[in-house]
Design a protein around this ligand. Structure first.
Ligand SMILES: NC(=O)c1ccc[n+]([C@@H]2O[C@H](COP(=O)([O-])OP(=O)(O)OC[C@H]3O[C@@H](n4cnc5c(N)ncnc54)[C@H](OP(=O)(O)O)[C@@H]3O)[C@@H](O)[C@H]2O)c1
Length: 226
């Protein structure tokens, strides 16, 4: 993304209630942008809005949404367009994983991972693309994963969803290249977030990936006073 002045830019962030999405929201607010926060956990969104106001005097907005419910995605984005005349950046960060050997994976988990990580991401993107095309301006940032490039045992299905995100992002980038819209995919390696409580409750992956894992912050969330 070209380096830009982010002051007053409107940034929609899915998966903003926790981990990477939460940090992205704080970083954008620090630069003067206005984050619109999306996730299912209303309490966490409310506390993040407060943290953003207390630290940066920016009034964020929050929207409770399960991105796998495509009808609700439409409703929430329609609300956003009533509240804001434009969206400058969409950051698709909502996602989760369940790490299992494929032979043991539950079909419900497989469907849900695709519904959130791939279809939910596309549904949110679909809501902003026509608007960005009309304005000939916008940025779409998809948080994929190193698992989108490299699949490993027990991340089989999660990695498949992230491969889908990369395939989608690569095609969309080409479709929108001459329309003033940039499409970026981000492929982080392991980062210490609550993601692993669901992905790997036994802690085996975290133990193996430990020396490669990054922290989001120097201080743990519990020490940050928000
Ligand atoms: N941590 C890592 O090592 C790592 C590495 C590479 C990529 N990633 C990717 O980074 C993204 C963020 O992960 P994280 O590590 O920050 O995990 P996290 O702390 O568990 O955050 C996940 C976020 O996604 C939201 N979310 C989950 N399901 C949702 C749904 N159905 N609808 C709306 N929001 C939903 C959660 O909010 P609610 O529960 O409030 O809905 C939460 O805000 C994910 O896409 C993940 O695949 C993570």
């Amino acid at each position: 993304m070209v380096k830009q002045n982010l002051k007053s830019k409107i940034i929609v962030i899915t998966g903003a209630s926790s981990g990477i999405g939460r940090e992205i929201a704080l970083k954008f607010a620090e630069k003067g942008a206005v984050p619109l926060l999306i996730a299912r956990s209303e309490d966490k969104l409310v506390s993040l809005k407060k943290a953003i106001y207390d630290r940066f005097q920016i009034t964020a907005r929050s929207y409770v949404l399960d991105v796998s419910r495509t009808e609700d995605v439409k409703t929430v984005f329609e609300q956003i367009f009533i509240h804001c005349e434009r969206i400058d950046v969409l950051v698709n960060c909502a996602g989760f994983g369940v790490f299992d050997y494929f032979s043991e994976a539950k079909i419900e988990d497989i469907k849900k991972m695709f519904a959130v990580n791939a279809v939910g991401l596309m549904a949110c993107t679909k809501m902003v693309v026509p608007h960005m095309i009309r304005r000939r301006s916008g940025h779409i940032v998809n948080i994929a994963s190193i698992a989108g490039k490299l699949s490993t045992p027990k991340s089989t299905v999660y990695a498949a969803t992230k491969h889908a995100v990369l395939g989608f992002s690569n095609g969309l980038r080409m479709e929108l290249a001459d329309k003033g819209i940039s499409v970026m995919a981000v492929n982080p390696g392991p980062i210490r977030t609550p993601f692993f409580a669901t992905a790997d409750p036994g802690g085996n992956y975290a133990k193996r990936a430990g020396r490669y894992a990054r922290s989001l912050l120097c201080r743990p969330e519990s020490d940050r006073g928000d």
